[in-house]
Design a protein around this ligand. Structure first.
Ligand SMILES: [Ca+2]
Ligand SMILES: [Ca+2]
Ligand SMILES: [Ca+2]
Ligand SMILES: [Ca+2]
Length: 454
């Protein structure tokens, strides 16, 4: 019996060891978290409907570009650095979603996400931003290090559209050259006309150059048609989601001289107010300022165009393209129409004397210098300026491979003519050393700004 009992115990022991080993190995598999190389999944609402254009990002890996869900709500993020990550999903009208990324199987973490609806509260008076950029007492102030202490920021910059000769795409090598030339210019701002490479924005920010980011609006859209407004708003939502967390963002700038195009009406300015409210809802209390880009000061303050301060409570400032040998007079007129501040998003003259078809770069430098002095002397309402423009653009008239003379007559220029391909403070000539990049030769205006901005 004793033998048998021992034998029975022995059997028990064996079984115990086997079970323990099995369960341990099982437990081991569960505990051993596998880092994903890829994260994939689907985003739906709580009725099971797939959600398109939701932004999916990894707050734990800011260098990994966010992606947007497709029409079936699917997303896929690849080449993820080995680590435990959090995943964030954002979509207009829904609560933000944040969660840990589950363990990967064969390198892929799969996650299905359900977003719940959100109602926005829009205060009747827009609060002062608690974010990296704010307008306070008609001054632009920044707190890029996020310690709560703000310092004044005066915009010294260029309109940025460095299109290579022949309208070729911009390469990484050319972007790096832009960063170098902007840094040497002591510029702290670029003004764009549409979204740009987010990677370039981050690179610029680490060199002290920030972005007045233009949101391009099609000149051909009739803004009185609800479907067109809806289309623009959907694009805007995606645009704001894409750039709002980029450290290079200084402010949003809606359209470009829309009042000369499809926006000489109340439909345009009311749309701007609606877009600014959407941006506020998306960004929350840490919002970036929103400007309307306007050609000259036409319409500003006009109640019938809904371009007055009471109609534009969510617009923080005006971005004005102002071509005039005396900006001070215009700025003084502006001050009678609104209490908002302004930034001059385009000013200056081109470098070609249309009468001789020779460059008069000294004239450009002198004119730009006068304009800059007028901008500085209006600091009580003017937050700075971005000169038009960084480099020549050969695509604007006729052949994109030739430097042409086309443009328009204007009594604001000494030669009476704006030559559209010659506006650069950097002259652009064809590639002569076969490095694949056009030659960039700064004009006198470049060195004039360099002295002023140092
Ligand atoms: Ca600070
Ligand atoms: Ca041309
Ligand atoms: Ca000219
Ligand atoms: Ca070259």
């Amino acid at each position: 019996m004793i033998f048998l009992k021992n034998k029975f115990l022995f059997l028990h022991l064996i079984i115990f060891v086997i079970i323990t080993t099995l369960s341990c190995s099982g437990k081991g598999d569960i505990n051993q978290y596998q880092f994903p190389k890829t994260i994939a999944g689907q985003v739906k609402n709580n009725s099971g409907v797939p959600l398109e254009n939701a932004k999916v990002s990894l707050p734990t890996a800011l260098d990994v570009e966010p992606v947007f869900t497709n029409v079936q709500g699917y997303f896929r993020i690849e080449n993820i650095p080995q680590s435990k990550h959090k995943i964030k999903v954002e979509l207009y009208g829904y609560e933000e979603y944040l969660s840990d990324v589950p363990s990967a199987i064969n390198g892929i973490s799969t996650i299905n996400i359900i977003l719940t609806k959100k109602d926005y509260i829009t205060p009747s008076i827009k609060p002062i931003s608690k974010g990296p950029v704010r307008i306070y007492n008609n001054k632009l102030q920044v707190d890029f290090d996020g310690d709560g202490n703000y310092s004044d920021f005066f915009i010294k910059g260029v309109a940025f559209s460095p299109t290579p000769i022949g309208n070729r795409p911009i390469t990484t090598q050319q972007e790096e050259r832009s960063v170098k030339y902007l840094k040497e210019l002591y510029a702290n701002t670029i003004r764009t006309y549409s979204g740009i490479n987010p990677e370039l924005m981050r690179k610029l920010a680490s060199n002290g150059v920030y972005c007045i980011l233009g949101f391009w609006i099609d000149y051909n859209l009739d803004l009185s048609i609800p479907a067109n407004r809806e289309k623009i708003k959907n694009e805007w939502v995606k645009f704001v989601l894409q750039y709002k967390d980029n450290p290079g963002l200084l402010m949003w700038n809606l359209g470009n001289e829309q009042n000369y195009q499809n926006g000489n009406n109340a439909y345009w300015y009311s749309l701007c107010q609606e877009l600014a409210i959407i941006a506020y809802n998306l960004e929350g209390e840490k919002y970036h300022p929103v400007a309307i880009n306007n050609g000259e000061i036409f319409n500003i303050g006009d109640v019938s165009k809904k371009a007055d301060d009471n109609s534009l409570t969510y617009i923080d400032l005006w971005g004005l393209n102002l071509y005039n040998y005396n900006l001070s007079t215009r700025i003084n007129q502006f001050k009678t129409k609104t209490i908002k501040p302004l930034v001059i998003t385009e000013f200056g003259i081109d470098a070609l004397d249309n009468r001789t078809k020779q460059e008069y770069e000294t004239m450009q430098a002198v004119f730009d210098s006068l304009n800059w002095q007028q901008i500085i002397s209006s600091k009580n309402v003017c937050l700075g300026g971005t000169v038009f423009e960084f480099t020549d653009e050969w695509w604007k008239d006729k052949d994109p491979w030739s430097h042409d003379y086309g443009g328009y007559s204007t009594n604001q220029h000494p030669d009476g003519f704006s030559n559209e391909e010659w506006w650069g403070i950097i002259r652009v000539l064809p590639d002569s050393n076969n490095d694949g990049m056009d030659e960039w030769i700064p004009r006198e205006a470049y060195y004039m700004f360099q002295r002023n901005w140092k």
